[in-house]
Design a protein around this ligand. Structure first.
Ligand code: PEP
Ligand code: MG
Length: 764
């Protein structure tokens, strides 16, 4: 049964559109259940009706024509109850509603199961039989499992199918639907209107976007070159591994034959010629078709050939991609919206800065590190777009609404104008904020705090320097590490750090030691784990590799010669023992650098509080260090047990959760009792609504992305500390995150500060 389930899900997954997916579904389920009818009714959320969208066994002519209102019939009942209904004689049930023309009068028994995706009912899957008998428990369980597995696939097919729709009757030419909304999570505020470039991870068949080409002959030649390259590589491999077992040798022979007999190649070339497809997507389609075919086989040996074909296809794809020169400036449109299944920091660096206007990623959420970089760069970004039709987006015009987390494809003139108005309004606000750049972050009743910037890329350091901050509260040193192909050497690191220190001198620069793991992996130091955020991360990695830690600290110290504006900060601390060990190593590095003859001062060393355990050890930690800084991004993730990178649970990630606020208050109180300076460098610090709460709690310093700094400064300069404290007192009595955020918003609105929160008035 499991095998049948797997095959059906895979086939449906590979379908090109929703109707094809549904046709496959009903045919396969009918066969697997050995029943006479299998149909699927899809709910149209606009007119609240279930339409018979596919059927095997009912009259085909009624498909697409008959429908029921959302509460009508047994189908409506299955949906309303959100559970299966299994009847031996459907027609005698009070909810039975006869659908004329379908031919269902011939069938007695009925089993309907709801198809539900993220609490939303998408449709109802029904099987029927002429026999007067109930479907048995195993059959019902099969249908429930099937529907649960397919709901995500169908939701995706439905959402992606919306973009391109046929207008009117089927014979008219394809018309592109305008203003289709695709939801995601807001990840960096702002509006971008531009043209899409899809970037896919290298040698990933599933990630290849559709693209049309003009020069068919050149594309065919390009493809033949790649086939030759792959063939030579496979032969070479087989020779190198001459002492392989015979069955493995045989595999290489199969590969070579497949490439030699040209069957596969011919199919790809035909597609290039007939559909003007570029070689990469033609190859993708042919290989995935074969893979689906082999996957359907009952014979285990044959089924495993699917893996071989995929492997072979991936090799040819790698050759195709290798022979395309790295993209240069002219490959990107002027207003480029970069779209990817999974954006990575190095992708951000691929597009020239003056051309990049927006970013979109199917994976990740607003708390992912790529989103944090995007905010630092001030590029409107939407992430966690689960139903993003990545492959179909290359070249289309797109609006990215980074305030609300929405995308609009093929914008109409009217929609474009609406968004231009928002851009203009924001521009006015930003220009207004320029005036307070050099003024202190001081409330009208005289309370002053320090505002600093977070940096990572050298470009955002340059952008940050004139924003009116008072130094760097968090420099994420892992970012330059992520841009390289190996660990940077000591001298390379000295050069990078020196640039940061020089850019801000004499103001302090707080350098965090390497914080890799979680969603920050280095291509040359992969960490593969089941639960990366609970695994080998931050200080845990560097204490296990003192050579990496010592080298980094030495580079920081050497870079600070003559500037003395360096502070060092330790990420992901969970226990005092880790602090002691790290301090020991920092002292060792300091003495080594001094012994080498460098004239430096011992920098201040601080700790990030971002793990719940550290919250409850804040007093002990505060006694050991020169400062502490709360990493509210990780602290929120760990307190709420919500993976900050997972779009499925992004709605649950909320720094206004009362438990997060209580922890933030606990830390500042503990630090003050030990006379230890205490700051926040997570995203909470950069949101004007939470910033005033943090100020009221007693934090001395807030560090944030440079884009948000003027907004936070403005709100601080416009509200009294007495007011901030009264809002804090009120929200600390509340028990829901939503109530907290709306109470703060309302309070700011009453003070005439609502505009500073931006068009969302929302969380971020
Ligand atoms: C944090 O966790 O709040 C933080 C500032 O660190 P990062 O976002 O880089 O994990
Ligand atoms: Mg962190």
């Amino acid at each position: 049964m499991l095998n049948v389930l797997r095959q059906i899900v895979q086939e449906v997954n590979n379908a090109t559109d929703l109707d094809a997916a549904l046709d496959i579904l009903v045919a396969r389920v009918k066969a697997a259940m050995k029943t006479q009818v299998c149909s699927v009714y899809v709910l149209d959320s606009e007119n609240r009706r279930f339409t018979l969208r596919a059927s095997e066994g009912l009259n085909r002519k009624s498909v697409g024509k008959v429908s029921l209102s959302a509460r009508e019939g047994l189908v409506g009942l299955v949906a309303a109850r959100a559970e299966p209904i299994n009847l031996d004689d459907a027609s005698s049930h009070p909810s039975y509603y006869f659908l004329p023309g379908t031919g269902e009068e011939h069938f007695k028994s009925f089993l309907g199961v709801p198809i539900i995706h993220q609490k939303r009912i998408l449709g109802v899957l029904v099987v029927q039989q002429s026999l007067l008998r109930k479907f048995d428990e195993a059959e019902e369980a099969f249908m429930v499992t099937m529907s649960a597995q397919l709901s995500g696939v169908l939701a995706h097919a439905e959402a992606t199918g919306m973009m391109l729709e046929l207008s009117g009757n089927q014979n008219q030419t394809k018309k592109i639907k305008q203003d289709v909304v695709i939801p995601g999570s807001p990840a960096a505020p702002g509006i971008a209107i531009g043209f899409v470039t899809v970037l896919s991870p290298p040698a990933d068949l599933y990630g290849v976007p559709d693209r049309e080409i003009k020069d068919v002959d050149a594309e065919v030649r390009h493809f033949q070159g790649a086939i030759n390259g792959a063939r030579a590589q496979v032969k070479q491999l087989a020779e190198k591994l001459a002492d392989l077992r015979p069955e493995e040798q045989a595999l290489f022979d199969v590969y070579v034959r497949m490439l030699d007999d040209n069957a596969l190649g011919e199919e790809v070339i035909t597609r290039i010629k007939q559909k003007n497809q570029w070689a990469q997507s033609a190859l993708r389609d042919v290989i995935l078709q074969y893979v689906a075919h082999f996957d359907r086989m009952d014979d285990v040996y044959l089924r495993e050939r699917a893996t071989d074909i995929k492997d072979l296809g991936t090799r040819v794809l790698a050759h195709l991609q290798d022979s395309v020169s790295a993209p240069n400036e002219y490959d990107f449109p002027d207003n480029c919206v970069l779209v990817s299944e999974e954006l990575t920091p190095s992708m951000l660096a691929e597009v020239p800065e003056h051309k990049l206007v927006g970013l979109v990623s199917a994976k990740g959420s607003s708390n992912s590190h790529v989103a944090i970089l995007a905010r630092a760069m001030g590029v409107p970004t939407v992430m966690g777009v689960v139903d993003l039709p990545v492959k179909k987006m290359d070249g289309i015009e797109l609006v990215v609404d980074g305030y609300r987390g929405r995308l609009y494809t093929h914008p109409s003139a009217q929609l474009r104008q609406q968004f231009k108005d928002i851009v203009d309004e924001e521009q006015l606000l930003v220009e207004g904020l320029e005036a307070i750049k050099d003024l202190p972050a001081k409330t009208p009743d005289g309370h002053q705090i320090k505002l600093c910037v977070n940096t990572g890329l050298i470009t955002d350091a340059l952008r940050s320097v004139n924003r009116g901050g008072e130094g760097v509260g968090l420099y994420r040193t892992e970012v330059p590490f992520m841009m390289k192909e190996r660990f940077p050497s000591e001298n390379e690191q000295i050069t990078i750090y020196r640039k940061q220190l020089l850019t801000f001198a004499p103001q302090p620069v707080t350098m965090r030691t390497l914080d890799i793991g979680g969603d920050k992996s280095l291509p040359y130091f992969p960490i593969e784990e089941e639960n990366p955020f609970l695994g080998w991360r931050g200080i845990r990695v560097t204490l296990d590799h003192p050579e990496i830690f010592l080298l980094q600290v030495r580079a920081m110290l050497k870079a600070s010669v003559g500037l003395d504006n360096l502070k060092i900060m330790l990420p992901m601390i969970t226990s005092v023992a880790e602090v002691e060990e790290a301090q020991y190593l920092i002292h060792q590095a300091f003495h080594e650098v001094c012994d080498d003859g460098s004239d430096i001062q011992m920098p201040q060393v601080g700790v990030m509080i971002e793990v719940p355990a550290a919250v409850y050890q804040a007093s002990a930690i505060a006694r050991m260090v020169d400062f502490i800084s709360v990493g509210s991004n990780d602290l929120t993730q760990y307190l709420l047990a919500v993976d900050r990178n997972n779009p499925r649970v992004a709605e649950l990630y909320d720094s206004f959760h009362p438990a997060v606020l209580a922890a933030m208050q606990h830390v500042v109180t503990a630090a003050q009792a030990e006379n230890c300076p205490v700051s926040v460098c997570g995203e909470m610090a950069g949101n004007p609504a939470s910033a005033i709460l943090l100020m009221a709690m007693g934090y001395d310093m807030l560090s944030m992305n440079a884009t948000n700094l003027p907004r936070v400064k403005s709100v601080i300069r416009n509200v009294d500390m007495v007011f901030a404290k009264s809002v804090l007192a009120e929200v600390m009595t509340l028990d829901s995150p939503m109530m907290v955020s709306s109470t703060v918003q309302l309070a700011l609105n009453r003070q005439g500060q609502g505009h500073i929160l931006g068009p969302t008035r929302g969380k971020r």
